[in-house]
Design a protein around this ligand. Structure first.
Ligand code: SF4
Length: 538
């Protein structure tokens, strides 16, 4: 029996960071006729947040730790899933494993992007989907008695294997390779490929076709999630709602089979209509929508068609129907200036997203953007995570300012769960969201706040202090108490929803008015609502 380990180092410990790629390859090796009987396959995953790995300072120490864990299993072959965040660690780890004559096969996005540069680090590199190529390669390695295969032998394993027939794959959930309960949730792969070609995405150079996993497999996985009472599922289908009929049918099934599971979808705003929005309200779920920039010219440069009017209209439908959604923005896109990036924040925040995720552009090898970087005037880091350094319109100083806005937004808006009242406060202060985040960042620096802390009670106290400071600065202290009550009330409700625990809060204004349309306009509120202190239980 050949002992094989499929492994990866995950970016964090969360249901979203489940080792699905490594599990799919492990599952394929288990079922491939040429390896099925010859191999014993084990999936072992690590996370950068593991208590043993987190305190380790250098990549070398982390690599040594992972190698020691793998060596205990006495494998003959190790298959590594390589990403931007684990590339260096796995290269170091492989060199340690080589001393024990272990054969290393590496695949994943980093290898796919530039297989040639890894030839000295790993014995075999596999680009693209690994479920067909890796089992064939292992079969050949076993037949050769572990001798290094010649180039043509390797290539023969890869012939006709670049796009796997999804109907032939076995589900790693259904065959027990991976247990989603261990991770507190599941990544649910419904499709591969994308009809769009955004330049910064790995899909930019892929085929435009979307391949769907068979309905039968999807149904069985859904049943499994129900049986195992999986609390949350992240749907892997970059344009889930592009095919309305299919999306609606699956939402119905989800509502019937797993009514208590929370689902996260990636969606395209242009395909949203009332019927689809209503279908999303029938299950506990949140949509994440890529806006990336509010500037149509910038988006054109990265091959993302964008119709601002339609975007506003369709997001309005989500708000009307009460669908929870978040928006994504990217700074450093070609043609984006710091001013237009700030406009993007103002535009996005005006649409009431539940969360606003702001990322730095990564110019990933293997993407169309990487190929066109020079022509577009982009300079970026040569090593992972390939973040942008500057562009023709975005200086390194702009990047630092954008980073601080992103940090302020994450702390104050996302982790601070500020969506119910954020625009009301901005309106009263006559300030725009980006200016607000800028002032908050400066204030946080002066007051030495730890913006990495995400304990909601602490954030809430800081939100209240900052808003009191702003109202005082603008001689609008008459709004401070009402704003404080609105923040406390909504904060307590969000904690109650998240934890299920009741909480007592002291309010100065009556809760029935705080929880009403009156609270959307602070000036109207303080002129019309009389203080009436009380302590209430949420
Ligand atoms: S970013 Fe999303 S929509 Fe664009 S090509 Fe990639 S997967 Fe498709």
């Amino acid at each position: 029996m050949t002992r094989i380990i499929c492994t990866t180092l995950l970016v964090e410990k969360s249901p979203q960071a489940l080792p699905l790629g490594a599990a799919c390859v492990a599952s394929a090796i288990k079922h491939y006729p040429g390896t099925q009987k010859e191999c014993q396959v084990k999936l072992i995953s690590f996370s950068r947040e593991d208590k043993e790995i987190l305190p380790l300072k250098t990549d070398e120490q982390k690599a040594n730790y992972i190698a020691d864990c793998l060596l205990k299993e006495e494998p003959q072959i190790v298959c590594m899933s390589v990403f931007v965040w684990n590339r260096t660690i796995f290269e170091l780890c492989a060199s340690k494993l080589h001393k024990h004559n272990i054969i290393i096969i590496a695949g994943g996005p980093e290898i796919t992007a530039h297989p040639d540069i890894f030839e000295n680090s790993f014995d075999y590199t596999v680009t693209g989907e690994g479920e067909t190529k890796v089992p064939r390669l292992i079969e050949k390695i076993i037949l050769s008695g572990g001798k290094k295969l010649a180039k043509d032998e390797i290539l023969s394993c890869y012939t006709n294997a670049s796009t796997t027939d999804l109907s032939l794959l076995h589900s790693p959930y259904l065959d027990g390779t991976i247990d989603p309960t261990e991770f507190g949730g599941a990544l649910w792969e419904l499709a591969r490929g994308c009809p769009f070609k955004c330049s910064y995405c790995y899909e930019s150079k892929g085929e435009k076709t979307v391949r769907l996993f068979p309905e039968e497999r999807i149904d069985k996985e859904l049943e499994l999630f129900a049986q195992k009472k999986i609390p949350q599922v992240f749907v892997l289908d970059p344009t889930y709602n592009a095919n309305k009929e299919r999306a609606m049918a699956l939402l119905k099934k989800i509502a019937r089979v797993t009514p208590n599971t929370f689902y996260y979808f990636e969606a395209r705003a242009e395909f949203i209509d009332h019927q689809m929005a209503m279908a999303f309200t029938k299950i506990p779920c949140a949509l994440q929508i890529g806006l990336q920039s509010a500037d149509e010219n910038v988006l054109r440069k990265v091959n993302r068609p964008f119709n601002k009017k339609q975007f506003v209209k369709n997001i309005g439908i989500l708000n009307q129907e009460g669908v929870t959604f978040g928006l994504d923005l990217i700074y450093g896109l070609p043609g984006e200036s710091f001013t237009s990036f700030r406009e993007g924040i103002n535009f996005a925040a005006s649409l009431y997203p539940n969360n606003l995720e702001i990322f730095c552009l990564s110019v990933l090898p293997g993407t169309d953007l990487f190929d066109r970087a020079a022509e577009l005037g982009l300079s970026f880091e040569e090593t992972p995570p390939y973040n942008i350094i500057k562009t023709d319109k975005f200086s390194p100083q702009d990047k630092i300012k954008a980073q601080s806005l992103a940090q302020a937004c994450t702390y104050f808006y996302n982790d601070g769960r500020a969506v119910p009242w954020f625009l009301t406060i901005c309106h009263s202060l006559k300030t725009k969201p980006a200016d607000f985040f800028h002032s908050f960042y400066d204030w946080a620096q002066k007051n030495k706040l730890d913006l990495c802390c995400c304990e909601h009670k602490t954030i809430e106290e800081n939100q209240i202090k900052f808003i009191a400071f702003l109202f005082k600065q603008k001689h609008q202290e008459r709004y401070t108490q009402a704003a404080t009550d609105i923040i406390r009330f909504n904060g307590a409700i969000s904690r109650r929803t998240a934890t299920g625990k009741s909480e007592k809060i002291r309010l100065i204004y009556p809760p029935e008015y705080i929880d009403s349309q009156y609270a959307l306009d602070l000036d109207f509120f303080v002129r019309n609502v009389k203080p009436h202190p009380s302590t209430i239980t949420i």
